[in-house]
Write a new protein. Structure first.
Length: 235
């Protein structure tokens, strides 16, 4: 069953990059925009899914949360490899806007309901390049109740041999503090496609050692996601 969704994400550290070098910030945003287009353009065919990029923020909404997670997974991998940290969340419900009287050069986008505030709030609840999933979407995608907890997954994972080893479902996991879920996105699409955790972790560690304590927390949390992704593969 398709699940309506809304994803909200924002790039971490772009304001500081602008202070240092507007040209460097522009290049980072340009790369971010190009990767978003590369990975998400296929979802927009047919008009049922929409993507809106504005400054360092991204809005992505449509009718199929599982398909969206599969596309976002690879986007996160490519961004993180380049040290571009996207913090985001996916919540249930498709973003909509109230119709308003307007003119050609005056746009009014008044969001309906609480979908956008929920997405923004959920994304802001965690540090690092994280893909946070609200519990409603996670529960609807997981094949059984056991997989809704870490220990339950470890005990019952081998009972579901019909689910491939690198299926998105196997990488939906509670965050360490245990109140919501996240996608442990740093895994290969299939066994024949290698993914080098150590190289990316080493790169992020080097950067984190030369930034402020506050910014370093985002890198540390991102490294945590990569390490948990590898553990999930090895389960």
């Amino acid at each position: 069953m398709a699940i309506p969704f809304t994803f909200y994400g924002d790039l971490l550290g772009i304001s500081n990059t602008y202070k240092l070098s507007p040209d460097a910030a522009y290049q980072k945003l340009d790369r971010f925009y190009n990767l978003c287009f590369q990975h998400l353009k296929s979802a927009c065919n047919g008009g049922l899914t929409q993507v809106n990029l504005f400054s360092d923020s991204m809005f992505f909404w449509g009718d199929n949360a599982r398909a969206a997670l599969e596309l976002l997974k690879q986007l996160y991998v490519d961004l993180t490899k380049e040290g571009i940290l996207l913090r985001g969340s996916i919540v249930s419900g498709k973003l909509g806007f109230d119709p308003r009287f307007t003119v050609s050069n005056f746009q009014k986008n008044l969001p309906q309901g609480d979908i956008l505030p929920r997405a923004v709030g959920l994304a802001s609840s965690c540090k690092g390049a994280r893909l946070i999933i609200d519990p409603e979407i996670a529960r609807s995608l997981l094949p059984c109740v056991e997989w809704q907890t870490v220990e339950g997954y470890l005990r019952s994972q081998h009972r579901h041999t019909n689910i491939p080893a690198f299926d998105t479902k196997r990488f939906i996991c509670p965050v360490p503090k245990g109140d919501v879920y996240e996608l442990l996105y740093f895994y290969p699409l299939q066994a024949s496609i290698p993914i080098d955790h150590d190289v990316t972790i080493h790169f992020l560690q080097k950067v984190s050692e030369m930034v402020s304590k506050e910014v370093a927390e985002h890198y540390a949390e991102t490294i945590g996601v990569l390490k948990r992704s590898r553990l999930r593969i090895q389960c």
